[in-house]
Design a protein around this ligand. Sequence first.
Ligand SMILES: NC(=O)c1ccc[n+]([C@@H]2O[C@H](COP(=O)([O-])OP(=O)(O)OC[C@H]3O[C@@H](n4cnc5c(N)ncnc54)[C@H](O)[C@@H]3O)[C@@H](O)[C@H]2O)c1
Length: 447
Amino acid sequence: MSDFDFFSVSDVDRARAMAHAQTAAAAAADIPDISSDTPLRPIQRVAVIGAGTMGGGIAMSLANMGIPVTLLDASATGLENGLKRVQDNYAITVKRGKLTSSEMDQRLSLIVGSLEMAEVKDADMVIEAVFEDMGLKQGLFRQLDALCKPSAILATNTSGLDVDQIAAVTSRPQDVVGAHFFSPANVMRLLEVVRGAQTAPDVIATLMDLGRRMGKISVLARIYPGFIGNALFRNYTREAHFLVEDGAMPYEVDAALKKFGYAMGIFAVHDMAGNDVGYQTRKAQMATRPTDRRWNDLILKLCDLGRLGQKTGKGWYRYEAGDRTPHRDPQVEQFIAEESARMGFPRRTMSESEIVKRCLYGMINEGAKLLEHRIAIRPSDIDITYLTGYGFPAHQGGPMFMADRIGLDKVLADIERLHAEYGFWWQPAPLLQQLVREGRCFNDLEH
Ligand SMILES: NC(=O)c1ccc[n+]([C@@H]2O[C@H](COP(=O)([O-])OP(=O)(O)OC[C@H]3O[C@@H](n4cnc5c(N)ncnc54)[C@H](O)[C@@H]3O)[C@@H](O)[C@H]2O)c1
């Protein structure tokens, strides 16, 4: 087993990690098959559809750079609440002294609400941010196809749906692209640009540039479940949950992740976001999903027990009224131990190192698969995605950077050990095996 120390980072390694982040941020703008002098489509007016959490934040990001936005919603209440949230967010920024009230008024004047879909007709770009439902999004894109002007870019903020299936219902799949913003969209620095099979080069170049002008880092991904960010995140959370089923308690997993450098552990994050996020979808998938592998369903059971997280005062932790501090809860810990026994998993002590290793190596292995399938252009694109969108500790440089630092031979040896012990999910990525055979590292793939 590798004796790599995940928890202390020397000043030299820290400085290298910081330098890597800077190089990665610059490199992400470079797309090998799209020339940097590709003429961009002018973006002078944008329509954002869906005035919810994401739509409001996206509208603010655009207004902040002086672009007029029409914020559309199907429901009057949805629109009213969305506009109110935008106003409140700006008011907080003014209160903190980071914006003057006249700047706030100027930005607010750029965001105009509407319930009339026909308002999209003058938009140079439409960014759709309605509920994550393929049928709903396809219906909307059919409408957009009929209403938008010919050169308009039609973007979807889907977190993981197949952009090609959305593009396919339009007569202009070359104009359809994924624009995956992160929450809160007016704050988070990452924009994942998702390239469909037919997305035109100038559409990609225009969206990448728009992200940059918004002060964000634009990273290009191809279509894959969860694109780059959520694909790795799925592996990270799955291992965290398996660790809990295998013997660690949520507070132990979270403590190890915090010691590694995360601001919050994953279970505290779940409790904050709500354990019921994605509950219906996951429940619906249970009947048809493959039975040859292990699934982590404990979170669904927690929801069935009413442990939705902070909002119900209990989740993976318990919370005192009016306080967000997570406290260990003997009730949930007993429940977890009983579930492990019921599933036949003998519980054993997990070291901090083993905890970080399983969460991190799950990401690295998936990252290698993304590179092999050309979902991500280069390893540093994965790192910058993680540093700017997923709270990966800056001084650790990103998962792929860490893999090189640890040594790919050591990482692969551990992944093979985990594969032998746990099976399916740890199938080593062929690219990782190849790099080890050839004595190369991820950084050798940078271009
Ligand atoms: N919330 C996140 O953290 C997050 C992060 C990244 C991406 N996303 C994605 O962004 C999209 C929106 O998510 P959200 O969290 O902002 O949702 P939300 O529930 O907060 O808001 C969705 C809004 O869309 C409106 N709407 C629904 N159908 C509509 C239609 N046909 N026409 C116009 N408006 C319609 C609703 O009234 C609502 O106001 C989803 O695809 C989601 O997966 C969400």
